[in-house]
Design a protein around this ligand. Structure first.
Ligand code: KG4
Ligand code: ZN
Length: 321
């Protein structure tokens, strides 16, 4: 079995996955509450928390999978992109585990990890497909032709979709990280109440910063009690604009590339309106949308591992090349 470790942002996550893609254990310790008071992830705080959580989360994953380290045949770890201090904690833990047991180490790209959440049991997806990857840090359209990689078709020119959700939630007083809270608030609102514009940039790229500003203006002019009354409508209208932009671009890219399958992964793939709007798409299971170790172990099934002890000098990277 493969041990997968993910610490690129504010989730400390460890999972055990078989070569066939069966998830034997998947433990995620979210630091969201720790960062909420700052309204965003504080990198230094995240790194320190990963240090505290790495060992207990590993122990819990082994317990959940009824396994010991003797059962682990390979270690997989996210080595980028992400917060560099946070990544280094996971990478160091992975190196120590792999080295002490003479195991191979698979360095996994976080984005390939998100895509690989689709390759897990019980319903593994087979390439080719057009993949929308929408998370707090990334919004990408990917042409996936093999399990091992993909071509980038489009990306965001400014904010990521999850970032747009989080910033919108903050403006509406829904806390941090607000994607899921905004999703819930929107259920009681009228998506037609406000007309928020979505930038139509050329090609298959996205832009969400103008939308955020439009919401800022709408909220700024409202007295506090009025904001309270209109919150659900604002949330529903704002969410509608993001989802529409994502769905339109994804379908257009799939048509242009003659892709017969569409898939959606990443934290924003948990959004209920997006899931309903792209009913024809393969959707990552809810518990595998946000960051987790299972998707990292899954990616390692399709990439080369570095044999012992070649990985000791391996470095993490903050941004995608
Ligand atoms: O994939 P992920 O865990 O982390 C990154 O790699 O960035 O994605 C986290 C993002 C956050 O921005 C969060 O607000 C968003 O996913 N998110 C949602 C929902 N659940 C999580 N956005 C919209 N609707 C949701 N239900
Ligand atoms: Zn992620």
């Amino acid at each position: 079995m493969i041990l997968g470790i993910e610490t690129s942002c504010d989730e400390t996550a460890v999972a055990l996955v078989t070569q066939d893609g069966e998830v034997l254990a998947n433990v995620v310790a979210s630091q969201a509450e720790l960062h909420a008071r700052y309204g965003g992830v504080v990198p230094e705080v995240a790194s320190r928390r990963h240090l505290e959580l790495a060992a207990p989360v590993l122990t819990e994953a082994l317990e959940q999978g009824k396994a010991t380290l003797d059962d682990v045949e390979a270690v997989a770890v996210t080595y980028g992109p992400g917060l560099i201090g946070a990544l280094l904690v996971g990478l160091s833990a992975a190196k120590a585990l792999a080295w002490s047991r003479r195991l191979p180490l698979h360095p996994v790209d976080h984005l390939h990890g998100h895509v690989s959440s689709l390759y897990l049991q019980p319903e593994p997806l087979e390439p080719p497909f057009l993949c929308l990857l929408a998370s707090g840090g990334h919004t990408l359209l990917l042409d996936v032709r093999s399990h091992a990689g993909y071509d980038v078709v489009g990306t965001t020119l400014d904010d990521a979709a999850g970032e747009a959700f989080d910033k919108g939630a903050r403006l509406l007083g829904l806390g941090y990280p607000g994607g899921a809270a905004l999703d819930r608030a929107a259920r009681n609102g009228d998506p037609g109440a406000y007309s928020f514009p979505v930038a139509r940039v050329p090609g298959f790229d996205f832009s969400f910063s103008g939308l955020k500003t439009a919401l800022l203006y709408a909220v700024r002019d409202l007295p506090a009690d009025e904001l309270e009354r209109r919150r659900a409508d604002l949330a529903a209208s704002y969410q509608r604009a993001i989802v529409r932009a994502l769905v339109e671009r994804t379908r257009a890219a799939a048509a242009e590339r003659a892709s017969e399958q569409i898939a959606v992964v990443g934290g924003v793939a948990a959004n209920s309106e997006l899931r309903a709007a792209l009913g024809e798409a393969a959707l990552a299971p809810l518990d595998l949308c946000t960051d987790n170790g299972a998707m990292i172990a899954s990616a390692a099934r399709f990439t080369h591992g570095l044999p012992f002890p070649e990985y000791l000098a391996l470095d993490a990277y903050a941004t995608a090349a």
